[in-house]
Design a protein around this ligand. Structure first.
Ligand code: CP
Ligand code: NVA
Length: 313
């Protein structure tokens, strides 16, 4: 494959809300080409070094970035929080300015969203958001790439998100609004998605035609949907609330009865890690409708596309 000729309108990937529809189309096209050429793609990141700066745990994000960088001929250095202690051992500004002298890009997974925003502000190299408490853009992009791969187009389709209005949910809302996909979110009172995300998406949706509904009733959200999505009830950093949330979210479990309310060919998605018996039953996640592993594989292809477009200049 040849390097894509069009540029993205951004130099970092912090939020899907920063991307145009053309940006997302370019990322998806590039990811599809990379997936098709998986073992023979040119070494677009040859001689590029990328720092993986992680404050939180990870399987998929860490491994897919590391493998993706190696596949494209680059090298990754993993830095965990114990080592770098962002903003404690050293200021964020100095970390960003030091890394900019040795590295070609940073993938950061942090608690506070502000940390990634500030890193991008101080760094002279592209920063990719690998998840914050607020957003998970690599996940949201991959989820829509997978849906497009399955359906051909995501425009006019309906995605139901059942559960906590969290980082994953926010990035799904941004992506749906950008791509003209209807999204219905059902969350218990007090756990709805952030109103800034919803308001921004509503404005974007005026152009794309997406319908965005924030609901409380899971059955209403799932009714006739093309895809049903859920995520953990307690995200990283909320472990102390696990028991309390298990009670509050009990009616938000995605089980066979709830899936029956969706279209008969509806798919099930989850960003993973999943807690079987909590937010999703084993029957649903192990059913042929579940595309969770296809989606997990696509993290690799989608992120390679992102790195190619942001770093291989
Ligand atoms: N879905 C996802 O980002 O997984 P990890 O937390 O394992 O990276
Ligand atoms: N909402 C989850 C996503 C994990 C990929 C969390 O932040 O822990």
């Amino acid at each position: 494959m040849e390097a894509p000729k069009t540029d993205l309108s951004v130099s970092h990937l912090i939020s899907i809300a920063d991307l145009t529809r053309d940006d997302v189309a370019l990322i998806f096209r590039t990811a599809a080409e990379i997936k098709a050429d998986r073992y023979t793609a040119p070494k677009f990141l040859s001689d590029k070094r990328i720092a993986l700066l992680f404050e939180k745990e990870s399987l998929r994000t860490r491994v897919t970035f590391d493998v993706g960088i190696q596949d494209l001929g680059g090298s990754a250095i993993y830095l965990d929080h114990q080592e770098v202690r962002l903003g404690q051992r050293e200021s964020l500004k100095d970390i960003a300015r030091n890394l900019s002298r040795w590295m070609h890009g940073i993938v950061a997974r942090t608690y506070r969203h502000r940390t990634v925003v500030d890193l991008a502000g101080y760094a002279e190299i592209p920063v990719i958001n690998g998840l914050t408490d607020y957003l998970h853009p690599c996940q949201g992009l991959t989820d829509f790439f997978t849906m497009q791969e399955i359906w051909g187009s995501v425009e006019g389709r309906t995605l139901a998100y059942v559960g906590d209005g969290n980082n994953t949910c926010h990035s799904l809302i941004h992506a749906a609004a950008c791509l003209g996909t209807n999204i219905r979110v059902a969350s218990p009172e007090g756990y709805e998605p952030n109103s800034k995300v919803v308001n921004h998406a509503m404005r974007t949706a005026e152009k794309s035609g997406a319908e965005i509904s924030i609901l409380e009733d899971p059955a209403e959200a799932v009714d006739g949907a093309d895809a049903v999505y859920t995520d953990v009830w307690a995200s990283m950093g909320q472990e102390e609330e696990t028991e309390e949330r298990a009670e509050i979210f009990a009616a938000y479990r995605v089980d066979d009865d709830l899936m029956k309310k969706a279209r008969s060919d509806a798919i099930f998605l989850h960003c993973l890690p999943a807690h079987r018996g909590h937010e999703v039953t084993t029957e649903v996640i192990e059913s042929p409708r579940s595309k969770v592993y296809q989606n997990a594989e696509n993290r690799l292809h989608l992120q390679k596309a992102l790195m190619l477009l942001l770093l291989a200049k």
